[in-house]
Design a protein around this ligand. Structure first.
Ligand code: AMP
Length: 383
């Protein structure tokens, strides 16, 4: 068994957004040092890290320099070229490894892998031409969602299809990129399981999160999800099977649909912490970020239990539309916590921060967090 990477050591993070920032904060709490690598400067994660590399992911000489400074490389952004992780892995462990990244950064490879290993997924077809798209529509029917196979997130690179007359325009909109055609799932709920696994195979899952989206972007998450305990166990077992099959060392998130007939279908995997897991900072014994750190450093995992029901509401740039939000008003509820990511430009749709509320029940936590967000703009309707 490899020796654990102990506090005092330096950890490398690929990517520099809010997930890297909250990871760096957790790592600092445990006495680690952080080096951040991304193409930008003054980033959410770079503001917390000791060293910030502002270089292209394809600059392999800089990747070597970065890897030589650290004991392990992890990431908060999975769309880095395989050559980047391969190069880093010649010098230090990369966790999760390049193979996990390779599979999860491409929707067709990911769904193919899941299907091949018997995990339930939405019916899908590869689309490489208009003829493929027409064939997929005939075989799987409409409505459906056409997505780019690579580089999609938060609904970007996706079109919903209702009628055969939309197919030609939808194919055009992919701009020649490879796509995936998915049958539209008329789901009852969207759920996610964030789970960690160590080199020795120790596994821990956070309680199942229930997620609601607005304009394809996560809006509110709460935990525990309002589902039967057997279903929650099933969701965690599904996640466990996936982490084991992928041989993940680190953290991985499984996004799922719960269908109206009570079946779980995997929608997407993210080989990292997840927006739906942010409430773990304020509501769980161990946060998802500390858990990632423990898993990639070879330390024992922390308890992932929820201390009390909790809800998280995202704060997008839209909240700044009429000037600086009224932070004091949001925090007038003492059970509400504010997290801001240090981003200077509050653009529409950009994730700027989040609020978490806890409560005696999930319904109370959701009400508190929505009301707090409404007070930011003095506009209860937007909450
Ligand atoms: P994704 O980028 O795959 O996570 O998709 C973003 C969001 O679009 C999901 O969280 C769902 O709300 C919706 N969505 C994606 N795929 C489907 C599908 N096959 N059926 C229904 N809704 C979907």
């Amino acid at each position: 068994m490899a020796e654990p990477i102990l506090p005092g050591a330096t950890i490398g993070v690929l990517g520099s957004g809010q997930l890297g920032r909250m990871f760096a904060i957790a790592a600092r709490e445990l006495g680690y040092r952080i080096v951040v690598f991304s193409p930008e400067t003054d980033t959410p994660a770079g503001q917390i890290g000791d060293v910030e590399f502002a270089c292209d992911y394809g600059d392999l000489e800089k990747i070597r320099e970065f890897a030589r400074l650290v004991k392990v490389v992890t990431f908060e952004f999975e769309n880095v070229p395989s050559a980047t992780t391969r190069t880093a892995a010649e010098i230090v462990p990369v966790r999760p490894d390049g193979q996990v990244l390779h599979i999860t950064q491409h929707r067709l490879r990911e769904k193919g892998f899941l299907q091949e290993h018997g995990f339930p997924v939405t019916p899908f077809r590869r689309v490489g031409s208009l003829a493929d798209l027409e064939a997929a529509a005939r075989e799987l029917g409409l409505p459906a969602v056409l997505k780019t196979a690579s580089f999609g997130y938060d609904g970007k690179g996706q079109v919903k299809l209702h009628a055969a007359s939309q197919l030609a325009a939808a194919w055009q909109s992919l701009g020649g990129a490879e796509g995936i055609y998915e049958a539209f799932v008329d789901f009852e709920k969207e759920l996610s399981v964030v789970a960690a696994r160590t080199l020795g195979g120790e596994f821990a899952a956070f309680p199942v999160f229930e997620n609601t989206h607005a304009n394809h972007i996560l809006d509110v998450t709460f935990a525990p999800a309002a589902i039967a305990p057997e279903l929650a166990r099933e969701a965690c077992e599904l996640a466990k099977g996936i982490l084991e099959q992928l041989n993940v060392v680190g953290l991985l998130t499984v996004e799922m649909f719960l269908t109206r007939s009570g079946k779980l279908l995997v929608n997407e995997l993210a080989p990292r912490t997840h927006n739906s897991g942010h409430l773990t900072i304020d509501a769980c014994v161990t946060s998802q970020f500390e858990q990632q750190l423990r898993a990639v450093c070879g330390l024992p995992l922390g308890a992932a239990d929820l201390r009390e029901p909790a809800a998280m509401a995202n704060l997008l740039g839209d909240v700044w539309a009429h000037g600086e939000p009224d932070w004091a008003a949001a925090l007038s509820d003492p059970r509400v916590k504010l997290h801001l990511y240090g981003k200077a430009q509050p653009r529409k749709g950009r994730k700027m921060g989040h609020l978490t509320a806890t409560g005696a029940t999930v319904a109370e936590a959701v009400r508190r967090v929505r009301e707090a967000r409404g007070r930011l703009t003095g506009d209860g309707v937007k909450a």
